[in-house]
Design a protein around this ligand. Sequence first.
Ligand SMILES: [Cu+2]
Length: 267
Amino acid sequence: MVLNPLDAICNKPRNDAICVSQLRNAKKVDKRILQERPDVKIFLPFRFLFYRPEQLFAPNTYNRFLAATGGDHVISLVDEISFVGPPSPPLSQLDDIPPEQFCNGDNRPPNCGQNCMCTHTIDIPLNAIVEVVLVDEVQSPNLSHPFHLHGYSFNVIGIGRSPDKNVKKINLKHALDLDRRGLLNRHFNLPPSKDTIAVPNNGYVIFRFRADNPGWWLFHCHFLFHIVIGMNLIIHVGTQEDLPPIPRNFPKCGNHLPPITSYHGHW
Ligand SMILES: [Cu+2]
């Protein structure tokens, strides 16, 4: 019996494998999690961006990248943004971070380019019921990205691939369409609690949590070499007023790297 089969067939019982979404929670699950509509719904497609050598070695560009097997030079995009860390910790030094450093899919910096780099942060009201739909646009065969959320355990309510046999590759647009038509798998029978979940290649994962733990929580693929190239974002729950006060004489820190900038129309 295999846990998390690579074929991601999770919508029916089988003898050879079981998906995490088919496990049952030993504990009670928050009733609000099990209601049809969450308060906040976030679609997060993720993929690689391939650099051409001339883009990497153009004068005065210092792009970070991963040299993949086969010789590709890639960075990672989550919702078309490659995460860069803030110069100081937002938890204790929010005022030291330029506000324009933060971004998300709805608030991209102007002229951000295809390799858009900023501190991808999604604001969530305290106590909201949040649903996250991860969509694998990397689609590297047999590669499942293990996404990990700090600060919470979440309930996994769906794992799968497109039921449409004519669709060879899933993407955000198709996932949104499936969702509108009620064709994404969602199970509400004691969905299991996890803090890491592997997204099947060419597939999706749906999970939910109640945002009752205020703070700035990193959400990221757990492959270290994907963290380095930006496969991360921050789930920011509540406001600074929801957090305990910063201790007196708490150490401070600033940027130890020159700022990383995106291309501005050099494509
Ligand atoms: Cu990854």
